[in-house]
Structures are given as C-alpha cells and as structure tokens.
Design a protein around this ligand. Structure first.
Ligand SMILES: C[S@@+](CC[C@H](N)C(=O)[O-])C[C@H]1O[C@@H](n2cnc3c(N)ncnc32)[C@H](O)[C@@H]1O
Length: 383
C-alpha cells in the first residue's frame, strides 16, 4: 500500500461499516496551538455523522460533519499541516507516518457505540449530598433543579479542572486549601467533597468570606452535613493569614481582591493558585488615563473594547507576575460564555524559584506599551 491508499481505505471503512476511529497528529501547520484531530462516528436523530474533536493546547472544539464533507475535511487537513494519521477499523489498523503507510492487525474488533447523547460523566455526585440541597442546587432526592442547571455545570466543571491540576501535585506536599471570597460556598463545598470522597485526601479546606451572613450559612450547612476539615471564616482576604496554604483559590473576587488573593498564594508558596477574575477596574482606569495616540487608540476607543482590553492586559500581567515568582501559568476559558461572562481562569502551578530578569523586563515593557504606571499586584508583590 502507498500513501495515496489511505483516503480510499478510510472511505471503504465508512462504507462497509468497519470504521472505529481516526486520529490526525504531528501537526506542523499554521494554527499555533492545534495539536490533534480525533474523529469518531456518531448518530444524531438517526443520521450518521462524523464528529471531529479539534484538540488545541488549552481547549477542544467539536464539529460534526456528514460523511462526504468529513472526507473532504480529512483530505484537506492531511494536506495542510497534519503529517500523521491512525485509522482503526474492525478489519485492520492503518498508520500513516513519515510518508509511509503501515497496515497491521486490528487493535479493536468491536464497533463503538454511536450514541451521541451518551451521558457525560459528572464528577460532582448529587445523590445524598445535603450541601447541594441546602444551597438550592438539587431537590431532596438529588435531582438538579431546573434553575440551577448552569450553576451545577459550573461547579462540576470547576471540580474537573481543579481535580486535574491537583492530581499532578505530589500528594504528600498537599495540606490545606484556602478559597478566598467563598460567597455561598458552592465551589468550596464541592471541592471539599471531591477531595475527601473521590481523591481520598484529608485536606483542610477553608472558605474566607467577608459577609458574616454567608459564613454563618455555610458553617451551618457544613455542621448539618457532618463535614470534617471544612470551615468558613469571617474576614477579608487582605487580613487572612494564609501561611501554609498548599492550594489558594479565588473565584470571581472583585477587581483587585483577586490580586490580594494571588499575593497570599505567592507568599504562602502555594503549590497551586487558581483564580477566575471578576471586574478589571484598576487597569482600565490606568489605561484610560495613560491612553496614547498610537495604534492602540483604535482598540480602546469604544467602551466595550476598552473593557476587554483592560481585562486581557490585567490578566496577562497577573500571569507574567506569577511566572516571575516561579509558577507555570495557564489561562483558559473556564465554562462556556453562554453560562457566565466571568469565565476566564488563571491556573498557576509552582515549578521553580522564578525571579527571571527577562520576565521582569517583559512586565515593564507591557506596562509601558499600554500606558500603565502600576499593576496592583506588582505593587503588592513589590517587584
Ligand atoms: C462574586 S462572589 C463569588 C463567590 C464564589 N467564589 C463563587 O465563585 O461562587 C464574590 C464573593 O467574594 C466576597 N469578597 C469580595 N471581596 C472580598 C474580600 N476582600 N475579602 C473577603 N471576601 C471578599 C464577596 O463578599 C462575595 O461573597
């Protein structure tokens, strides 16, 4: 077989119903963060389609195509950047690599289910979870309430992301979690539940919240649920002593409260700092005051764009400052924008000592470019 036989073999496997799955890899094309494409057969309302998962560095995009369009798309992708492909059928495996085609015995002899509506495995169990009932996320039987579907999705996604990050940290180094600006505690409870009951970790989890009514509510629910190692503390992020915290979280804490939380994490030498920033007023004010008549003007002339720029600049500088302090940082969308507009997450994992002069230079240059005299986190960390 030669390379040109790959697409006909794929087409034949679709026609004779022996197709199991296809993956494209070794991407060297123009899209910087695209890594792989995974293709599987699905059935939507009785019609067969090929579902493409475009796997990017920090996200996945799924598109479903009719078989004909799917073949054209695969042909296009193989000619534009993808240099390797693996086709699994129930009759044989076919590998395209370094311009060579290799056919071997099938590694899978059964066809996978085409059920598109397979239930996604949820990480946050709802049955028998009093805290979800008390917080009006479920009814007393564990069914998610209609008006709490988005909230539940957000909680589950959050646990999925944090669980993935926590699993990469050596277990013996983890002692405590501090959730700054815990609010009604949805995420604090869910994380405590996951750490305790799924990962079997006995970490102390503390929610810090400046509204005493919410602290009372959450401590009451924790008590009524007999949850050990979980408490809510009445106070401000700024005054809380986070010494010894292994994981520091702040989700949707307003404006510079996110920076106060990051400072607490850096000072504690936390292994993991995860924040989902809220509003970005401090840098917006700075950018407005220092607005220059340069090419940036077109990007900040309209209020909405100024807001988005301020958000990106604020969080990019936060990421750089965290890198300066020895963290490896990922910024990504937390849940889809249709569920909440506050959906950017910064996840920083401690990897080294930091203090690189190049990063400091980059921070200075970024500020200069955007006309910013000071980022609040820069002031807090005294760099
Ligand atoms: C938008 S809510 C988010 C609650 C929760 N983290 C979540 O994502 O569901 C922000 C919470 O942070 C609290 N908060 C804001 N600034 C704070 C500060 N400086 N110290 C303590 N709590 C703060 C507010 O009272 C509020 O309950």
């Amino acid at each position: 077989m030669s390379v040109k036989d790959f697409l006909p073999a794929l087409e034949a496997s679709l026609n004779d119903n022996s197709f199991v799955k296809l993956s494209l890899g070794n991407y060297k094309g123009a899209e910087a963060s695209l890594k792989n494409i995974y293709v599987r057969k699905i059935s939507i309302k009785g019609t067969e389609k090929l579902s493409f998962t475009y796997n990017y560095k920090t996200r996945d995009i799924v598109k479903n195509h009719d078989p004909e369009k799917a073949l054209a798309e695969i042909q296009k992708q193989l000619g534009h950047g993808f240099n390797a492909a693996t086709l699994l059928t129930t009759k044989f495996d076919l590998k395209l690599e370094k311009g060579k085609l290799t056919k071997t015995e099938p590694s899978q002899t059964e066809l996978p289910s085409l059920d598109h509506d397979r239930k996604k495995k949820r990480l946050v169990e709802t049955e028998g979870k009093f805290y979800l009932y008390a917080l009006n996320v479920t009814d007393d039987k564990g069914n998610i309430l209609k008006n709490a579907q988005d909230k539940y999705r957000q909680i589950d996604k959050y646990v999925e992301i944090l669980g993935g990050l926590i699993e990469k940290i050596p277990k013996g180094t983890l002692h405590s979690v501090v959730d700054m600006g815990a609010g009604k505690g949805y995420l604090t409870f869910a994380l405590h539940d996951y750490l305790t009951n799924t990962l079997n970790l006995k970490l102390k989890v503390t929610g810090v919240e400046m509204r005493p009514d919410l602290v009372r509510l959450c401590n009451g629910i924790a008590r009524d649920s007999n949850l050990a190692n979980l408490e809510f503390v009445d106070g401000t992020i700024q005054k809380y002593d986070a010494t010894g915290a292994s994981i520091l979280i702040a989700l949707h804490a307003c404006d510079t409260a996110t920076d106060d939380a990051i400072l607490k994490g850096i000072s504690a030498g936390a292994s993991l700092i995860v924040v989902a920033p809220c509003c970005h007023k401090q840098i917006r004010r700075e950018m407005e005051a220092g607005k220059k008549q340069n090419e940036l003007e077109i990007l900040t002339r309209h209020g909405i764009f100024m807001e988005r720029q301020a958000e990106m600049v604020t969080d990019s500088l936060r990421a750089l400052i965290l890198e300066y302090f020895g963290y490896s940082v990922k910024v990504f969308e937390f849940v889809g924008g249709e569920h909440t507009p506050k959906n950017v997450m910064i996840a920083a994992t401690k990897t080294g000592k930091g203090r690189s002069p190049e990063i400091l230079k980059k921070i200075r240059e970024t500020k200069e470019f955007f006309g910013i005299s000071s980022h609040y986190l820069e002031k807090l960390t005294k760099i």
